[in-house]
Every structure is written in structure tokens, then in C-alpha cells.
Design a protein around this ligand. Structure first.
Ligand code: PBG
Length: 323
């Protein structure tokens, strides 16, 4: 390879058009998923303090927002629900008339062109805020599987295009797959949150989803952020259990994990640009410390560059306006 002065890498950086021509990573709306929060009521739009420009919306308002996003070119949504009431067994999660199920029916009927993904987890629906059933002060893995499977089936029945188990119980992908197949939803894909870390960056989401655990934390089921080989084991198990897409979460603190998963596996890899990653930029931008748009575009490009095929991001709506 020749060196300076024959080689000058600045030649291709001289103009915007040249930089565009040789750019390695491009952002395209087809790859982005917008999370939305459904809550009970009518005409409700409740802005979230920690997630600025994101709101909880009643189903009627959610449909309006989804229509606006679709008009901007957004193709996919990830739905979360805040139920009317929470209980020990998370019954709102698998209730056929639950909040996500209602949202799915409305969106599916009015905006059939949108891809509707659902988060399958119990934490928004349990009175204690953990992602599973509690027995003797601990989250019981095997008892939780049955409830997750019921939740996934009820989402599919209500019109979900894919279900996304995010609870980190062992064996949940197999449980969800077999329940979907038994209910004749063999064509509903599973996009598994395979390597989901016990991350501090979910803070603003827990306000949005009203799902902070009332005791303890999630380190007994979500992954230790110090580990990457363990992430590969998690992904491998989910692939063997039938996952169609595997996800790494959070994204920015885990770019090495996304890269490692990309190199080892051939399935589509998703990354979740979580609430704290978004909130940090929003907070700094509100103080004039950085430019939101530049910081967001750089963050999203970094996630794509690390190997993610699809990205869940609260910036998806803004991205649609920027692109
Ligand atoms: C549900 C779930 C969480 C997130 C997505 N699904 C919260 C958690 O595990 O505590 C976090 C998303 C975000 O921070 O944006 N278990």
C-alpha cells in the first residue's frame, strides 16, 4: 500500500457529495422501529418527563400517532402497554381484551401496512414490577414461561406481526414458539431480546411503562453487563429454540456485543437504542451542550455500523422527519 504523499485520505472528504458517495453506513427508515406506549382511557396523551417527545397514549390517540408516523414513512412499531390494573400474576398481559391487544386490533384494522411488533414481558403488568411470577421472593422461571406463552398467543391473535420476548427467562423462546404453533400461529416470527443486559440505561423507560421493580433488581435474570461470551450463549440458545431475529439491548454500551453476534450468526440482528441512550442526548441538547440531530444520527449510524440490521429507537419518528 502506498503512503503519503501519494495517498491522501482527505481527498474523498472534501465535499459533501464525495462523502455521500463513499459512505459505508446509511440510515434507512425500513430498518427502524418506533416504540409506542398504550394506556387506558380516551383522548389521553400523557407526555413523559424522562423521555421527552414521547408519550403514553390511549388507543384512539395511538392510532392517530401511528397514522402520522406512517405518513412520514415509518414502517414498524413496537408496542408496550400500561394496564388499568396490575396484579401478582400479570393477568393484564394475556387478557384478550388487554391494553396491547386492544391497540393491536385498532392499529391492524386502520393501518394494515404497518408492521406491529409487541414486547412480550410481564413487568408492566405485575404489581411488584418483576418480569415473572414471584415464588419465595424469587422470579420463578418455569411458572413464568406459561404466562409469557399465553401473552404471545394473545398478541398474535389480536394482530401482532411478530412477538418480542424481553423477560430473559430460560426457555422462553421454545415455550413461545410451541404455544404459537399449537394455536396455528406458525407464521408469526419471534424477535427475541436474546442478549438483554441488566442495564442502568432503562431508567426513563420504567417511568414510561410504570414497571420499576418494587423490591430488588433484575440482575437475577437479565445479563451482567461485563459479559460478552455469555451473550453468545444466550443468542445460540434462542436460535436453537426457534428465534427468527435476535436482539442485543442496550445498544450503545454494547456495540462490541452487536458486532460479535453479527459475526457469529446469520439471522437478522436487532439492537435496542434504549430510553437512557435517548434521554442523555435529549437532556444535554436541552441545555445546549450538544446538537440533538447530529448526536442522534451519529448514535444510530454507530449502531448500524456495529452490525445491527434493524434498530429500535425513540428517534425513529424524528429520523423520518430528518431524512
Ligand atoms: C420490558 C422491557 C424493558 C425495556 C424494554 N422492554 C425494561 C426492563 O427490562 O426493565 C427497556 C426499554 C428502554 O429502556 O427503552 N422488560
Amino acid at each position: 500500500m502506498s503512503t503519503f504523499p501519494t495517498t491522501r485520505l482527505r481527498r474523498l472528504r472534501r465535499t459533501g457529495a464525495l462523502r455521500d458517495l463513499v459512505r459505508e453506513t446509511r440510515l434507512h427508515l425500513d430498518d427502524f422501529v418506533m416504540p409506542l406506549f398504550a394506556c387506558p382511557g380516551e383522548g389521553v396523551v400523557r407526555p413523559l418527563e424522562g423521555l421527552s417527545d414521547i408519550a403514553q397514549r390511549s388507543v384512539d390517540e395511538l392510532v392517530g400517532e401511528a397514522r402520522r408516523l406512517s405518513g412520514l414513512g415509518v414502517r414498524s412499531l413496537l408496542l408496550f402497554g400500561i394496564p388499568e390494573e396490575k396484579d401478582e400474576d400479570a393477568s393484564g398481559a394475556y387478557d384478550d381484551d388487554g391494553i396491547v391487544q386492544q391497540a393491536l386490533r385498532a392499529l391492524h384494522a386502520e393501518l394494515p401496512e404497518l408492521v406491529l411488533l409487541t414486547d412480550v414481558c410481564l413487568c408492566e403488568y405485575t404489581s411488584h414490577g418483576h418480569c415473572g411470577v414471584i415464588r419465595d421472593g424469587e422470579v420463578s422461571n418455569d411458572e413464568t414461561l406459561d404466562l409469557l406463552a399465553r401473552t404471545a398467543v394473545s398478541h398474535a391473535a389480536a394482530g401482532a406481526d411478530a412477538v418480542c420476548p424481553s423477560d430473559m427467562m430460560d426457555g422462553r423462546v421454545a415455550a413461545v414458539r410451541s404455544a404459537l404453533d399449537d394455536a396455528e400461529f406458525e407464521n408469526t416470527p419471534i424477535a427475541a431480546y436474546s442478549a438483554k443486559y441488566a442495564s442502568a440505561f432503562y431508567g426513563p423507560f420504567r417511568e414510561a411503562a410504570e414497571s420499576a421493580p418494587s423490591f430488588g433488581d433484575r440482575r437475577g435474570y437479565q445479563m451482567d453487563p461485563a459479559n460478552v461470551r455469555e451473550a453468545l450463549r444466550e443468542v445460540e440458545l434462542d436460535v436453537r429454540e426457534g428465534a427468527d431475529v435476535v436482539m442485543v439491548k442496550p445498544a450503545l454500551p454494547c456495540l462490541d456485543v452487536i458486532r460479535a453476534v453479527r459475526e457469529r450468526f446469520d439471522l437478522p440482528v436487532a439492537a435496542y437504542n434504549v430510553s437512557g441512550e435517548y434521554a442523555m442526548v435529549k437532556a444535554a441538547a436541552a441545555r445546549g451542550w450538544l446538537d440533538e440531530r447530529q448526536a442522534a444520527l451519529e448514535s444510530l449510524a454507530a449502531i448500524k455500523r456495529s452490525g445491527a440490521d434493524l434498530v429500535v429507537s425513540y428517534w425513529t419518528g424524528a429520523l423520518a422527519e430528518w431524512l
